[in-house]
Design a protein around this ligand. Structure first.
Ligand SMILES: Cc1ncc(C[n+]2csc(CCOP(=O)(O)OP(=O)(O)O)c2C)c(N)n1
Ligand code: SF4
Ligand SMILES: [Mg+2]
Length: 310
């Protein structure tokens, strides 16, 4: 077996490789790298819940499992409640300890089909870490559009006019409205940000949500070698800003990297190649407006905190 390239320890990552080689993700899969990084932070005392999604397949056919920790496969719409039930089971059998219970779902399982039970678990403040690896479509079943697919993207279910005409749901805003203790965005291009947010989540009790932008070469019609670049450009172009929300009100921007035109991000991906200049400018305008909205929320959060309001 070839040794795996090690992440440098400057971000304090464990050398322990919990995720095994031999998983069945496509080359360049952002979700596979995300899991490898997440488990390095969470450690072996972790139980993962997978609903139907690429990761349910990536993990391998029973009895094989690439995750290296106990895994519970559940129905598409039930990741959050299954994780909540496992947590309740652990609590009731006296195994509170430091066991992390993590639901790990795609955007389809989170933004769409699992949305109701996600909201219910968040409202109950179930003590779990909920991760959405967002590749912006139903990739496992052939690139169908979800409510996380951005405006202008090609998918196999937007054939009439060839691209999606609705804008992406804002998951962080929806979760912030539930006043959960912690919600954050991150992506694999910034392993230090990624690991810090998993560490922060581990140190908080209650419902924690981490939203990972996750490149998918076949679904985004992008080169496998460009997955990290695509993640980085998503952040630099402010298409996917990195930030945290505490208790639904206090916003903190995680980084403000050198600004890049949205075009650079779009051009890496064949799913946007049909867009004309006007349409690309429209996306730039929305991204700029959303960035401004985020700045306002950060300022409002600071004022709220200064006034002692939670
Ligand atoms: C109730 C139900 N409907 C449809 C399916 C088929 N199905 C399995 S995985 C999947 C797509 C999952 O998409 P997403 O959650 O975004 O994860 P990804 O495949 O992109 O990783 C679908 C539609 C199913 N398993 N159960
Ligand atoms: S289809 Fe996309 S998300 Fe699924 S394994 Fe392949 S690269 Fe990963
Ligand atoms: Mg998906």
């Amino acid at each position: 077996m070839l040794p795996l390239p090690h992440f440098k320890n400057f971000i304090g990552l464990a050398e322990d490789e919990i995720m095994h080689p031999g998983h069945v993700a496509c080359p360049g899969c952002g979700a596979a790298l995300a899991m490898r990084l997440a488990l390095k932070v969470l450690g072996r005392e972790t139980i993962i819940v997978f609903p139907a999604c690429c990761w349910a397949v990536i993990d391998g056919p029973f009895p094989y499992s690439a995750s290296g920790v106990p895994v519970f496969q559940t129905a598409f719409e039930t990741a959050a409640i299954t994780a909540g039930a496992i947590r309740a089971g652990l609590d009731n059998t006296g195994q509170r300890g430091q066991i992390n219970v993590m639901a790990w779902a795609g955007d389809g399982g989170t933004f769409d089909i699992g949305f109701g039970q996600l909201s219910a678990a968040a409202e109950r403040n179930d003590n779990i870490i909920y991760v959405c690896y967002d590749n912006e479509a139903y990739m496992n079943t052939g690139i169908q559009r979800s409510s996380a697919t951005p405006w202008g993207a090609w998918t196999t279910t937007t054939p009439g006019h060839n691209y999606k005409r609705e804008r992406k749901k804002n998951l962080l805003e929806i979760m912030a409205a539930h006043r959960i203790p912690y919600a954050a965005t991150t992506t694999i291009a910034y392993p230090d940000d990624f690991t810090r947010k998993f560490k922060t989540a581990m140190g908080i009790q209650g419902f924690r949500l981490i939203h990972i932008f996750s490149p998918c070469p076949p679904g985004h019609k992008a080169f496998e070698k460009d997955s990290i670049l695509e993640s980085r450009y998503a952040v630099e172009a402010r298409v996917f800003p990195l930030y945290e929300v505490f208790d639904g009100t206090r916003y903190r921007l995680s980084m403000n990297p050198k600004l890049r035109p949205v075009d650079d991000y779009l051009k890496l991906q064949g799913r946007f190649k049909h867009l004309n200049r006007e349409e690309r400018m429209q996306i730039q305008k929305w991204v700029d407006e959303d960035w401004m909205r985020l700045q306002f929320r950060i300022e409002a959060g600071e004022k709220i905190a200064a006034n002692g309001i939670r």
